[in-house]
Design a protein. Structure first.
Length: 268
């Protein structure tokens, strides 16, 4: 177990108390409770009462919401500090990654110390402000991320509708994370789909032309093989043979027509 001086050194190296005067750290160290928690054990669970904060002296913990990992915390980090100012239930769970030693500071005695040593609260408020700024940044980044995920969704619908343009995902492809990689993969696949569609349309057009030619050929065949057409062909053959034998007058071999009598002359 650590003595008071050892606990004070732990608090001195904690980020949350880095601006706290040494004089104020002594009573903090005196009230701190040392806890050794085995690996894989929960220090508290989401929804538990928030009535104390912790500073990691050795080991490592993970902050999570069920299976969703939120963060890892190491030596010098604090957690549960919001409970110093309110008693709301815990917003997340904390579980040790390995055997971990923490200093526990309970809400009631810490409140009493803050009332006579405001410097103690300065460090805590500073850390909370840092968390708030990070949270605002995370919200902005989350909004941007969700917006770009939506762009991919819109692009996917555009591929289905045949209205896809590469500009729809151009911004997302510039990201260096997994979403950017997904966007670049999507863009390649969309380009391939469009290329296949253009090729398919060309093949369909060629097929339509071939079908039209086949239909025309079939129609011609139906006409030429009909009884009526065959009868016309036979008649034409007979006519040609007759012309060849000279049995039929044609403009080229027509006999001269005798002169008609002059109706104007008188006959006796």
């Amino acid at each position: 177990m650590m003595n008071v001086d050892e606990r004070r050194l732990v608090l001195r190296h904690a980020r949350i108390f880095e601006t706290t005067p040494d004089a104020a750290l002594v009573p903090l160290a005196d009230m701190a409770e040392e806890l050794v928690v085995a690996a894989g054990q929960q220090i508290f669970t989401r929804g538990d009462p928030g009535d104390r904060m912790y500073v990691i002296a050795a080991g490592r913990v993970r902050v999570h919401d069920g299976d969703l990992l939120l963060n890892y915390l190491d030596v010098g980090d604090a957690f549960g500090e919001l409970s110093i100012f309110d008693s709301e239930p815990r917003s997340a769970s904390v579980t040790t990654v390995q055997e971990t030693t923490v200093l526990c500071l309970r809400q009631v005695p810490l409140h009493a110390l803050v009332s006579v040593n405001p410097e103690v609260a300065h460090g805590i408020i500073g850390v909370l402000c840092h968390h708030l700024r990070n949270r605002v940044r995370d919200v902005v980044e989350d909004y941007s991320y969700i917006s770009q995920v939506r762009q991919l969704t819109v692009a996917a619908h555009a591929v289905e509708d045949g209205t896809y343009e590469p500009e729809l995902v151009a911004e997302v492809t510039q990201r260096a994370d997994a979403l950017g990689q997904l966007a670049r993969t999507f863009q390649r696949m969309a380009d391939e789909v469009q290329a296949r569609e253009r090729q398919l349309r060309s093949q369909i057009q060629e097929l339509r032309i071939e079908i039209d030619r086949t239909r025309q050929a079939r129609q011609v065949s139906e006409i030429t093989e009909s009884d009526y057409f065959q009868q016309l062909r036979r008649s034409a053959e007979e006519l040609r043979r007759s012309v060849a034998r000279g049995n039929v007058a044609t403009p080229g071999n027509a006999s001269p027509v005798p002169d008609s009598p002059d109706l104007g002359e008188s006959h006796g």
